[in-house]
Design a protein around this ligand. Structure first.
Ligand SMILES: Cc1cc2nc3c(=O)[nH]c(=O)nc-3n(C[C@H](O)[C@H](O)[C@H](O)COP(=O)(O)OP(=O)(O)OC[C@H]3O[C@@H](n4cnc5c(N)ncnc54)[C@H](O)[C@@H]3O)c2cc1C
Length: 110
């Protein structure tokens, strides 16, 4: 049997928010390092092209995230400051957060 192989320098297993953020952050660190070395602002060697892979067992990225209706955008803004301009699929900003009290015998309201 012939198996396809892909050479990678770094592999993140699972394409959830944590690993996607990690992969993006690592790519940014490498890019900034290489630029600083090229401009002579940092000593050391350029890392060149680092192959970063993210593998996911679900059929697509996000397939195994059960929900995602409400998101605190602070971390995403740090990683991708222009995520709104880039077309993040957001429906509306959260203006308030309210959860009614739990009533015994009823399902939790939220
Ligand atoms: C019902 C529910 C509702 C939620 N609603 C919200 C919400 O509204 N807002 C919010 O901010 N958070 C919500 N969360 C929480 C949010 O989903 C998690 O905090 C977040 O997904 C955690 O991210 P993660 O990257 O750590 O892990 P995950 O999102 O779990 O990502 C892990 C990924 O790794 C993959 N994986 C695992 N093992 C392997 C393997 N061996 N090989 C390849 N891939 C693998 C999985 O398929 C998965 O895609 C909710 C969670 C649940 C369960």
């Amino acid at each position: 049997m012939e198996r396809e192989t892909l050479e990678m320098d770094v592999v993140f297993v699972g394409a959830g928010p944590a690993n996607l953020s990690g992969a993006l952050h690592l790519a940014g660190l490498i890019k900034r390092h290489n630029e600083a070395v090229e401009k002579g602002q940092r000593q050391g060697k350029s890392l060149g092209e680092i192959e970063i892979g993210v593998i996911e067992k679900g059929a697509s990225v996000g397939a195994h995230i059960l929900s995602g209706s409400v998101m605190d955008p602070r971390a995403l803004r740090e990683l991708i400051p222009d995520f709104i301009e880039q077309g993040a699929p957001l429906e509306s900003p959260v203006k308030e957060d309210y959860c009614p009290p739990v009533v015994p015998g009823r399902l939790p309201p939220c």
